[in-house]
Design a protein around this ligand. Structure first.
Ligand code: IMP
Length: 174
């Protein structure tokens, strides 16, 4: 599978984002909330590039599953473990695609009354949006291609591929 973004390109960009977040959150601590499972690897790298105090939490939502088509309905499978009221939160996602997942999660997190809420995403596919949604920290904007690797899957496979690679379009009907 063709490499879209190499591990080195990803590492360089994640370091930049980490430095930016470190500056913007100077003197504060931050709660990084990863969206399982795709964001696990991005969160692990981003967290280590952030030099302010950070804690982790994770949420899980219903995913596209094997059929690569969104039903439009997002369901929470796992909620946060710890309260976030009054805390600075960054939601960490692998891909911002249609926007349905993050707009749902954003609304849900805001109900917990964090002091601030920002969104970091490894990839943004702006062409695919069904609802308006922007991320505050974007590692890479990419065209409308289905990708795997660096935490991202096709039917739960390829998450451990180090680079971000183009998955054959004919296989996903994307
Ligand atoms: P959306 O923004 O609600 O459409 O959903 C984003 C989610 O769809 C991501 O967290 C991924 O789990 C999944 N997704 C979207 N595009 C891709 C892709 O190219 N590869 C792997 N997963 C994808």
């Amino acid at each position: 599978m063709e490499v879209l973004l190499s591990r080195q390109q990803i590492a360089d960009r994640v370091a930049e984002l980490g430095a930016q977040i470190t500056l913007e959150y100077a003197g504060k601590s931050v709660v990084l909330i990863g969206v399982l499972k795709g964001a696990a690897i991005f969160l692990a790298d981003l967290a280590r590039a952030i030099k302010v105090d950070a804690t982790f939490d994770f949420v899980a939502v219903s995913s596209y599953g094997r059929a690569r088509v969104s039903s439009g309905a997002v369901k929470l499978i796992k909620d946060i473990d710890n309260p976030i009221e009054g805390l600075h939160v960054i939601l960490v996602e692998d891909i911002l695609d249609t926007g349905l997942t993050l707009s749902y999660l954003r609304g849900l997190m805001l109900q917990h009354k964090p002091a601030s809420l920002k969104i970091a995403t490894c990839l943004d596919k702006p062409d695919r949006r069904l609802v308006p949604m922007d991320a505050d920290y974007i590692a890479f904007k990419i065209p409308n291609h289905f990708v795997i690797g660096y935490g991202m899957d096709y039917a739960e496979n390829y998450r451990n591929v180090e680079d971000i690679r183009l998955f054959p379009e004919e296989a996903v009907g994307h």
